[in-house]
Design a protein around this ligand. Structure first.
Ligand SMILES: [Zn+2]
Length: 466
């Protein structure tokens, strides 16, 4: 295994790479670390000032917000920013889609960076980020990780499920070696791959493991079942992107011998909150303003409601009072860790699952969402697994959609899962939310998998498929 000395990655490769990408990530890391040490009143002033700057910017540069502020009697240069914010409506994905051009700043320094998200909701959104947003988010992550004893350039291991059409290029692999990063693809997990990943993990000895909570829990349970321990445990394991149970986090802690900490965020907003060693989720107020609303009105601390976020860093396409689709509450009591950052408790968040495919493969639902997500003519979708060899997609489409798109989807799924997989694509007018109000875009019919004589996939016991 090729190893890059950590001092080289930290002092040479990482700073050069970030400079080449036009991102002041290390400066943002130092700035964020200093901000997180501020006293509560200084922190509050900083967050207020950043919100005021954002509103003033939006009124000046973005026609959508200029018109909205005028209609809502908001004057950013005069009003208290928090009072002004409460006069504005909640922003949903449909509104972002409808007014994308008028809320995008084409002249943003460094240029617009296109991005797409669907989360697990299947409600695809195309939007723009910018370099400052990326640098500030990565800087915040690095600052938090430094607090856990992991420096830039230290060996990091990521567990992601890459979409079917994005395979890692040779250049990407060279970059990973130089920066001391490795990615394990949890796109699909056929029997034996978990063991191969555990072997890699033991040889690579990362100082930080970062990835989908569901995939990390799967790997941890496999390690515990085999009685494997890490001779050189990481400093921390960061679980992101999907909600995990207390049992799953306990398995991760036991298997990897390190704290298992949650990160809460989304592609369009960036990092929102990070769990401390006391197990509390702290909102990163220098980066994002979070409100809890019920029926459009703020609720007192401790009460549950809709989580509403305003990202303070990005300028490409600012999302002001945006609803990521999660429910939560502020915890009024201060945290024992001593942080001045408010504590957020998630009551419901995205839940990820795995599908079972022909041959006993386990497949992350992130992967199943890849093909429809990258089709611009698909507005919303939901994937149903009716049997191990049958996928059904419901899609809501715009006027650019043609039958070629459906054929392309089928080809992509079959190219990966084999010609036996039957894929049905249905165009529908709307996709109703679940009874809970949440929108999940992947539904797996477990009983069908069992009836076909394939390994059983029991809730919370995914490794039984092996
Ligand atoms: Zn804390």
């Amino acid at each position: 295994m090729i190893r890059t000395p950590e001092w080289f990655a930290r002092c040479v490769a990482f700073p050069l790479y970030e400079r080449a990408r036009g991102r002041a990530t290390l400066r943002e890391m130092r700035r964020c670390a200093a901000e997180l040490r501020l006293r509560p009143d200084a922190l509050a002033n900083l967050a207020r000032e950043r919100l005021r700057q954002l509103l003033t910017f939006a009124a000046r540069e973005l026609p959508y917000y200029r018109a909205l502020f005028a209609a809502s009697d908001v004057r950013p240069e005069h009003d208290d920013p928090y009072t002004a914010l409460q006069r504005l409506p909640v922003l949903d994905k449909a509104t972002v889609r409808a007014h994308a051009r008028d809320m995008t700043w084409a002249a943003v320094p460094g240029g617009l960076q296109p991005a797409v998200t669907g989360g697990t909701s299947g409600d695809t959104l195309h939007f723009f980020l910018d370099r400052r947003h990326s640098a500030r988010n990565m800087g915040a992550r690095l600052a938090l990780q430094q607090g856990l004893g992991v420096r830039p350039g230290d060996r990091r291991l990521f567990l992601w499920g890459s979409p079917i059409e994005v395979r890692r290029s040779r250049w990407r692999l060279v970059r990973d070696v130089l920066l001391n990063e490795r990615v394990l693809d949890v796109f699909d997990l056929p029997p034996g791959r978990l063991d191969a990943y555990l072997d890699f993990l033991r040889r690579y000895r990362p100082r930080l493991i970062f990835g989908y909570g569901s995939a990390l829990a799967l790997l941890a349970r496999r390690a515990l079942r085999r009685g494997l321990t890490l001779l050189s445990p990481p400093r921390a394991v960061i679980l992101t992107s999907d909600a995990t149970t207390a049992d799953e986090r306990a398995a991760v802690r036991a298997a990897f011998g390190a704290p298992a900490l949650n990160e809460y965020g989304s592609r369009e907003l960036g990092i929102i909150a990070h769990e401390c060693q006391q197990g509390r989720l702290h909102v990163l107020t220098p980066l994002v303003h979070v409100e809890i609303l019920q029926d459009g009105r703020p609720v007192p601390p401790g009460e549950q409601g809709q989580i509403i976020c305003t990202n303070l860093a990005g300028r490409a396409q600012p999302l002001i009072r945006y609803a990521p689709g999660d429910i939560g509450r502020f915890v009024p009591e201060p945290c024992a860790c001593g942080s001045a950052l408010p504590v957020l408790r998630l009551e419901s968040a995205r839940v990820n699952t795995f599908g079972v495919l022909v041959g006993g493969q386990l497949c992350s639902d992130h992967a199943l969402m890849g093909p429809p997500r990258v089709e611009p003519s698909i507005v919303e979708f939901k994937v149903f697994q009716r049997a191990v060899d049958r996928l059904e997609l419901s899609v809501v489409v715009d006027d650019q959609y043609t039958v070629d798109v459906a054929e392309r989807l089928k080809r992509k799924y079959r190219a990966f899962f084999g010609p036996r997989v039957q894929v049905d694509v249905r165009v529908v007018d709307r996709i109703p939310p679940d009874p809970s109000g949440k929108r999940r875009c992947f539904v797996c019919n477990v009983q069908t998998a069992e009836a076909h004589g394939h390994p059983r996939l029991a809730p919370g016991e995914l490794t039984s498929a092996h």
